[in-house]
Design a protein around this ligand. Structure first.
Ligand SMILES: [Zn+2]
Length: 87
């Protein structure tokens, strides 16, 4: 994603990239509510993660490392796998 879009993402900036991420989350929600087209839903998931990675790149955050640091095969709250936190 960095190779593909970092220059454009840098020009757009953090706020603009964040706004795109929010828009894409909304589109994913629309697809989930429709619930009829798995391929379209899959593409919306791809868009959400692409914009999330773009935003992380702009913030110089290694998203994979951040996710593994917090959720490395156990719940960060109860420390269990699977999570045993109450709903
Ligand atoms: Zn838990």
């Amino acid at each position: 994603m960095r190779n593909l879009y970092f220059k454009k993402d840098s020009e757009r900036g953090v706020n603009g990239t964040y706004n795109w991420l929010v828009d894409e989350v909304g589109e994913l929600g629309d697809e989930l509510r429709k619930g009829t087209d798995k391929e379209a839903t899959e593409k919306e998931f791809a868009d959400v993660i692409a914009w999330l990675v773009s935003l992380a790149n702009l913030m110089e955050i290694d998203l994979e490392r951040a996710a593994l640091n917090k959720y490395n095969n156990k719940c960060p709250k109860c420390q269990q796998t699977p999570c045993r936190c109450p709903f």
